[in-house]
Design a protein around this ligand. Structure first.
Ligand code: PLP
Length: 277
């Protein structure tokens, strides 16, 4: 016997959309990607598909041909015929009656949404403020999983404080990354960022920012730092797919230098742009 209720209506279980049984909904049992296009071309498609393959393997979702997913992304993008879009998609383990363990015969569910990308030039021109939030996430932040409650809570806290993004601090007080971005600190001519590990997402933007930094002759140090070390920092910036490089001019209530985007950040924005044409 099974009875379902959706909002205030009793619904025969046989008539329920399988989406109601999606394990992504019950357990966050799935992985996702966010990509963007610049002027009619998807940016970093191979990198995103490679990360997807790693995320799927890490949570043992099998039976997905990532080459086929790549084709779907391209097909939907070609159908949209809009030059600058955000592409979101997820793959969940499938739909089944709620039970923690899964049956290997489950068929994964796929969902994609392509939407217009609204650019806000002010963000790059003026920079943004960030707040801090405890990194209460699990120990596999390298997997781009649908379990995003800590990220959601962190972002809401930042918004409440009038900030653009929340920067996570781990239990030892070190900066890990943003709630939906990679985070970089520039001291003199050296760019610092958290090293890749299971504690952060291998951000695609991070990879290209480091490439841009090398191209403009900046040194790169992959080492985590603590907020008190930011007293000596010259510039801060964050990186995320939908917005690429954004200068950060205020950290946890402290204005950075003159409160304006720094010169190397501007160079990185320009250098990054070259990757996108
Ligand atoms: N770190 C986290 C936790 C994220 O959620 C994201 C993106 O959403 C990033 C970093 C940036 O990753 P990417 O550059 O691949 O968009």
């Amino acid at each position: 016997m099974q009875i379902a209720m959706v909002q205030d209506k009793i619904v025969p279980v046989e008539q329920l959309d399988p989406a109601y049984f999606d394990r992504g909904l019950y357990f966050g049992d799935g992985v996702y990607e966010v990509l963007r296009s610049y002027n009619g071309k998807i940016f970093g498609l191979d990198e995103h598909i490679e990360r997807l393959a790693n995320s799927l393997a890490a949570i043992e979702i099998t039976g997905i041909d990532v080459k086929e997913i790549r084709g779907r992304v391209q097909e939907a993008f070609d159908t949209a015929k809009v030059p600058n879009v955000k592409i979101y998609f997820h793959v969940t383990r499938g739909s089944a009656l709620r039970s923690h363990g899964w049956d290997n015969s489950l068929k994964p569910n796929f969902f994609m949404l392509i939407s217009d990308l609204e650019e806000d030039p002010e963000l790059k021109a003026k920079g943004v403020a960030v707040s801090v939030y405890p990194d209460i996430r699990w120990k596999r932040c390298d997997i781009k999983s649908l379990n995003l409650l800590p990220n959601v809570l962190a972002q809401q806290d930042a918004t409440r404080k009038g900030c653009f993004e929340a920067i996570f601090l781990n239990d030892a007080g070190f900066i890990t990354e943003g709630s939906s971005s990679a985070f970089f600190q520039i001291f003199g001519r050296t760019v610092h960022t958290t090293p890749l590990s299971k504690s952060i997402l291998p951000s695609i933007t991070r990879k290209f920012v480091l490439k841009a930094a090398a191209n403009v002759g900046l040194e790169i140090v992959e080492k985590s730092i603590m907020p008190n070390q930011l007293k000596a920092v010259d510039e801060l910036l964050l990186g995320t797919t939908t917005k690429d490089v954004i200068p950060v001019v205020e950290f946890d209530g402290q204005t950075i230098r003159d409160g304006r985007p720094g010169k190397y950040t501007k160079q990185l924005i320009e250098e990054f742009r070259l990757f996108t044409v």
